[in-house]
Write a protein that binds this ligand. Structure first.
Ligand code: SF4
Length: 342
């Protein structure tokens, strides 16, 4: 199936420091040759520790951060080359949901005021139909009956309800893609599950494609079709969610999976493994060779010398590890079997 969104070899650099006329300025390579495809009907997770570049990727896709190299294409058209009119249409087609819905909602505006503003800016419905349309949107995201919530303010809602309003605001302009940046990270575990199932329902009912950015690999398993794992500005592994969880091909993905909480304490004891040690290196001076070698439990001499390319490993899988084919023998994978519960 052709991609809806295609990110190709994307580089983003940010200047750091520097004195008069930029002397001594250094550059952080926040994204380094990142390629990601999102097909119609998919929910794709982008996962990694903070500072891995996942939020920069989201902001680049939205056109908020200019790329230093590479491209973002939507329905085959290069986003950076769009004229004003087409860029407005793109901004409508690709929406964002933020981590903290309280910060992203105007405290002085009612829910109706917030959602009606988006409808008005993009000319979605005539003024006379505005209240009915906003009530429909609230129903759609599970705030039902929507008409009862129209004149309330953000502080009158719980965190989960505010996130539903954030999603309703994104939906108001009838988008094709929603980028959700840590959209469930601030929520309690039960509310998180409800929001994740809402995302799935909106995909099934409206065909909305989700790019789900998160530091927590544990939350993606039940809802995402594909997972892209990032480390220090690069994609290090990508594949269908279940395949990646059951047989990860990069030690970093393995560490993220091992860090996922297991609800059953007996099982948790049986599966216990060493957590990933150390902090990620500074993106200002990433280590030579494989960027993960300073923390990798199975690194060998060649890892500090040669940078492993992201390569195809079996069907629908890519990994950037010299020894991806030997993953079955990694000690930190010993407890992951075909029967490991979801
Ligand atoms: Fe670890 Fe080497 Fe693979 Fe990098 S290339 S992830 S250091 S085994």
């Amino acid at each position: 199936m052709p991609s809806l969104l295609e990110v190709r070899d994307l580089d983003v650099r940010f200047p750091v420091g520097g004195g008069w006329l930029g002397r001594g300025r250094r550059w952080v390579r926040a994204l380094d040759g990142v390629s990601v495809d999102v097909a119609p009907g998919e929910i794709v997770a982008v996962v990694g520790e903070s500072g891995c570049g996942k939020t920069t990727l989201a902001r680049s896709i939205l056109g908020l951060v200019p790329p230093s190299a590479g491209s973002v294409r939507f329905r085959g058209a290069e986003v950076s080359g769009l004229d004003r009119k087409d860029m407005l249409a793109y901004r409508r087609a690709v929406q964002m949901v933020f981590q903290d819905p309280f910060d992203s909602l105007n405290p002085r505006r009612t829910v109706f005021g917030t959602l009606a503003r988006s409808l008005r800016i993009h000319g979605i419905v005539p003024q006379a139909e505005m209240r009915a349309e906003v009530a429909r949107l609230l129903d759609r995201v599970g705030l039902s009956p929507g008409v009862a919530f129209l004149d309330r303010y953000p502080h009158q809602f719980s965190g989960g309800q505010r996130q539903r309003i954030g999603i309703a605001r994104a939906l108001a302009v009838r988008p094709e893609v929603i980028v959700a940046d840590e959209a469930v990270s601030a929520l309690d575990i039960s509310i998180r599950a409800q929001i994740l199932s809402l995302m799935q329902r909106l995909r099934d009912e409206l065909g909305v494609v989700w790019l789900f950015i998160t530091h927590d690999l544990g939350v993606v398993r039940s809802v995402c079709d594909r997972v892209v794992v990032m480390y220090l500005g690069r994609v290090v592994e990508e594949g269908p969610t279940e395949a990646l969880f059951r047989r990860p091909r990069h030690p970093y993905s393995t560490a993220l999976i091992n860090a996922c909480p297991v609800p059953d304490p007996v099982l948790a004891r049986a599966l216990r493994t060493e957590p990933l040690g150390g902090d990620p290196p500074s993106p200002l001076s990433p280590p030579p060779g494989c960027r993960f070698h300073t923390r990798c439990p199975v690194a060998r001499r060649v890892c500090a010398e040669q940078d492993p390319p992201l390569r195809v490993i079996g069907r629908d899988r890519r990994a950037a590890c010299h020894f991806a084919e030997e993953a079955e023998s990694w000690p930190m994978l010993a407890h992951l079997t075909e029967d490991t519960p979801a």
